[in-house]
Design a protein. Structure first.
Length: 340
């Protein structure tokens, strides 16, 4: 056994609906010695991503990830530094964005999902978990590859105050579109307009039905919908789509913590009659294009055309609270926990 202690966030129970801190525990786990072909990483930042809530459910395993086990460290993305290696492909000092676990140290044999970071970081390390990480790349690929906003388009973004939504809306603005965000509070509505350049916002949960609330703001209809929520929000957006509109489906927060199956949109025939193009996507399937995406996002960031809003906590013990805060709407932008 190694003489290092490894504190990890484990899944204490299956979340019932949206996660709360009590669904997790922080435990000190033994750290075994490295075997041939393995390398040891010190995790410097934990990225909190709502999509991982899906695999906390029992029997939720699929082709992407297995269901998380009770008592085991919670899977997630981290910014990690190789500190010891018995694997010829990974050298001490390398920085990685990797799908390891919510823990201070991780051991890998290289078969995990891993993306190398540049030798020299031009921005704060946490940015490589946000705008220059999977978050920003999700916004980049969804907008540039699927959505393709054009000058004069009306672009609607759900989850607009969250990690991906904050970047997606800014990218659409760079292409000359009018951008409207769907958020969960008036405070977030004001923030995405004043801080991120959104043109308008729709607040969920008001007295006006969602489809009508969208119509009030998007009087000329919606040309592109970038969806992070799904469920009733997706249905309301479809109602407002223009002929030959595009829908980029990035996430489904409404579904992750649902105790009962969430019904799909009841207006799917609108997809036919309006000749809509609807496409879901997973960023990690575009691994070979990460350098391209990061280079463009970094250029926009350097030129001051993109902001990287962060909601940052510190210490491994803060991870459960940070994850729960995302689902209760406390985060403004990307949620990250700094470990060192």
């Amino acid at each position: 056994m190694s003489d290092r202690n490894n504190r990890a966030v484990v899944l204490a129970r299956r979340p019932d609906g949206n996660p709360v801190p009590e669904d997790f525990g922080v435990e000190e786990l033994p750290l075994p010695e490295l075997a041939e072909g393995q390398f040891l990483c010190r995790n410097r930042y934990v990225s909190l991503d709502a999509g991982f809530r899906n695999w906390m459910n029992e029997d939720s395993g699929d082709d992407v990830l297995p269901a998380m086990a009770i008592g085991a460290p919670v899977m997630g993305l981290v910014l990690s530094e190789v500190i010891e290696s018995r694997n010829a492909e990974y050298n001490e000092g390398e920085l990685l964005m990797a799908r390891f676990a919510w823990e201070e140290y991780s051991i890998s044999d290289g078969t995990d999902f891993i993306a190398r970071l540049p030798d020299k970081l031009d921005f704060e390390p946490s940015a490589y978990m946000g705008v220059l990480g999977d978050t920003g790349m999700s916004a980049y690929f969804g907008m540039t590859e699927i959505g393709k906003p054009q000058p004069g388009d009306t672009v609607l973004v759900s989850g607009a105050g969250g990690a991906v939504g904050t970047i997606a809306g800014q990218i659409a603005r760079l292409f000359g579109a009018k951008v409207v965000g769907i958020v969960g509070s008036q405070k977030k509505a004001d923030w995405i307009i004043t801080e991120l350049g959104y043109d308008a916002a729709v607040v969920r949960g008001g007295d006006v039905p969602m489809a009508d609330a969208i119509a009030d703001v998007c009087s000329d209809g919606v040309d592109l919908f970038f969806d992070n929520v799904g469920g009733a929000t997706l249905e309301a957006a479809i109602t407002n789509m223009n002929h030959k509109g595009r829908l980029a489906l990035c996430g489904a927060v409404a579904v992750y913590g649902a105790n009962e199956p969430v019904s799909g949109p009841a207006n799917m025939f609108d997809v036919v009659t309006k000749e809509l193009k609807m496409e879901g996507f997973m960023t990690h399937f575009r691994h070979e294009r990460y350098d391209e995406a990061r280079a463009q996002l970094a250029q926009w960031l350097q030129e001051g055309k993109l902001k990287n809003p962060e909601y940052m906590l510190e210490g491994i013990a803060s991870v459960p609270q940070a994850f729960a805060d995302m689902f209760s709407g406390q985060n403004f932008g990307k949620t990250v926990v700094k470990l060192d």
